[in-house]
Design a protein. Structure first.
Length: 364
């Protein structure tokens, strides 16, 4: 069984709990010795020092055999051998505890800060500090994986929306009809309300010569009533009016998208794909590809990310809340993807899932 690399925050919490418990025990031993055994200063110091050595040996033995300590047990962490994940043994555990104890000497936190800095700058991206490299150890998170239960609309399959493509969709074209007077398409106008067509007659104001209201002209079947002729717009304006109709026709997107993984696996994307150590779809989620990725340093989550075709034909990738995140590399520039937010891919893009890589290509 593989486990993800422990986060530095949880490691610091476990370290602080272990130190707090050890210092509390040593303080209690010193107080009991001074009150009930002897109030001589050197006697109290000797008893406290002997207790500290015994405590260091006991914690080192437990760490070497079980890979844990009180603080690590509370935080769900375990120290294992970097090569095979087995217990590290008593010897490396003693050396590791000695280095950590020396870094905790009264140096204004410089020793602890130095070890933390070496873990942050680990080139293997496994957060191994100098003491881990010295003893060939790695700290992993052994907490059971908790599947997040989503309610409401989130229980349905998550659809990927390409916001860039939505902005390119033109406005719906104006409905056009043919009229008896013109062979070109003209704009259909909505009929005016009745109160506008025939407003109520108002009392005529006294005028010297009132104009009589002409009777409406009847419409004969053989001679249609003349309609108002709208001025013909210029050629450029007619082109702009027909542009939405031309843009409405979707552009042809020939070719297929192919993904190539660093272990040689390659396939044509035919639908939604899930990648991870043991990817599993959500309830009701339609998945075309399940891509298990073996991870040497356990930096790939169980269901790490997803990718698939968007309605506009592009390929979109999205991180699904993985522990170590997903990185998009485009023309040598890396960008960390935010969990739950899709990102559109182009030909030649590289996507990094932990210690695994995938390249997207377009087949013409």
């Amino acid at each position: 069984m593989t486990y993800p690399i422990a986060q530095l925050e949880r490691r610091f919490t476990a370290f602080a709990v272990d130190r707090l418990l050890a210092w509390s025990l040593l303080a209690a031993v010193g107080v009991v010795t001074a009150l009930f055994v002897s109030d001589d200063l050197w006697t109290v110091v000797g008893v406290v020092a002997g207790t500290m050595v015994l405590l260091w040996l006991a914690l080192a033995v437990v760490l070497g055999v079980k890979g844990t300590s009180p603080g690590k047990a509370m935080s769900g962490l375990r120290v294992v051998h970097h090569g095979d994940g087995t217990p590290i043994g008593i010897g490396p555990a003693l050396l590791r505890s000695l280095v950590l104890g020396a870094s905790g000497l009264p140096t204004f936190g410089i020793g602890i800060a130095t070890l933390a800095w070496t873990a942050v700058e680990d080139r293997g991206r496994q957060r191994r500090g100098w003491h881990d490299h010295l003893t060939k150890t790695v700290v992993v998170d052994v907490r059971p994986a908790v599947e997040v239960t989503e309610t409401g609309a989130d229980e349905a399959p998550r659809h990927i929306v390409n916001l860039t493509a939505m902005r390119l969709i033109p406005a719906p074209p104006v409905e056009a009809v043919r009229t008896p007077e013109r062979s070109e398409h003209s704009v259909r106008r909505q009929p005016l309300p009745a109160d506008v067509v025939a407003p109520p007659a108002a009392a005529p104001a006294p005028t010297p010569a009132p104009m009589p209201t002409p009777a409406p002209m009847p419409v004969l079947p053989s001679a249609p009533a003349p309609q108002q002729q709208w001025p013909q717009p210029p050629a450029a304006e007619r082109t702009r009016q027909r542009a939405p109709q031309q843009q409405q026709r979707p552009a042809s997107t020939p070719g297929r998208w192919r993904v190539n993984f660093d272990d040689g696996e390659s396939f044509v994307v035919a639908g939604l794909a899930l990648v991870g150590r043991r990817p599993e779809p959500r309830s009701g989620e339609q998945v075309a590809h399940l891509v298990p990725l073996a991870s040497a340093d356990m930096s790939v989550s169980k269901t790490h990310a997803q990718f698939g075709p968007a309605p506009d034909g592009t390929i979109v990738v999205m991180d699904r809340g993985s522990t170590n995140g997903t990185v998009l590399v485009r023309q040598g520039v890396s960008r960390q993807l935010a969990p739950g937010k899709p990102a559109a891919l182009v030909d030649g893009d590289k996507v990094v899932y932990g210690d695994r890589e995938m390249t997207l290509t377009r087949e013409r």
